[in-house]
Design a protein around this ligand. Structure first.
Ligand code: ADP
Ligand code: MG
Length: 223
């Protein structure tokens, strides 16, 4: 399994006034598998992705990334694991506004200590692949929502992660653009034999995926 999470509990707030969002969610994802986690707004999809992506520590539960216990590692080792194995497409604040699309896509490579030549070369080839090479030197605020999302996806896969966690990747797009981005995600999964976990409340996006699961009352139900 690329990702395997067991009995994840997450709550917000202090102990006397806490809301339990996840109450024992479990999920496993195989290499190359594209899975949609569905659920209405507020059901905890973003919370789940942040726990699985080693961004926010759950109150309880294990997350294995390629067999490694992500939350059991030191924060430095966890950051390395995240950088090498996990790509993330965020629900909000997709890109850094003060950087061009190319610079945004290069960022994970630079953080990992690659030279700017290497990073540039990889970013350009990915921008080409996702169809926005002509927008490389534009800033996020000056391109369309679909183009921003393509850049966010390119940034998420530039380190060749084993799994990409994408939080409502088509949430703010019109239906035609959503379909195009969805098609791109399915192609990138196949080309790289890479797993994706997509959070979505849209049945349309979930149409093409290999498997759907539902987040309901804090736990995951299979379709
Ligand atoms: N940082 C936070 N502090 C307090 N409550 C939060 C926070 N983030 C999310 N929540 C609450 O947790 C629940 C699940 O949120 P979220 O994971 O964002 O759901 P979804 O992504 O499915 O819309 C919601 O009730 C939301 O209001
Ligand atoms: Mg959300």
């Amino acid at each position: 399994m690329v990702l395997s999470a067991n009995d994840i509990h997450c709550s917000y707030g202090s102990s006397d006034a806490s809301i339990k969002v996840l109450k024992g969610a479990s999920i496993s994802i195989k290499t190359g598998e594209v899975v949609a986690v569905m659920g209405p707004s507020g059901s905890g999809k973003s919370t789940l992705l942040h726990a699985l992506g080693l961004l926010e520590r759950p109150c309880k539960g294990k997350v294995l990334i390629c067999g490694e216990d992500g939350w059991g590692l030191s924060s430095r080792r966890r950051a390395e694991l995240r950088n090498r194995k996990i790509g993330f497409v965020f629900q909000f604040h997709h890109l850094l506004e003060e950087f061009t699309l190319k610079e945004n896509v290069m960022m994970p490579c630079l953080i990992a200590g690659e030279t700017s030549e290497e990073a540039t070369q990889k970013a350009e080839s990915l921008l080409e692949r996702v169809g926005i090479i002509h927008r490389s030197s534009h800033f996020p605020s000056t391109v369309s929502g679909g183009e921003r999302q393509r850049a966010a996806i390119a940034r998420a896969i530039i380190m060749k992660p084993e799994i990409v966690l994408a939080d409502e990747p088509t949430g703010n797009l019109d239906s035609k653009t959503s379909l195009e981005v969805e098609k791109l995600i399915m192609e990138l999964a196949e080309e790289g034999n890479r797993s994706f976990l997509l959070a979505t409340h849209s049945h349309d996006l979930a149409g093409a995926v290999h498997r759907k699961v539902f987040l309901n009352s804090g736990i995951i139900k299979k379709s």
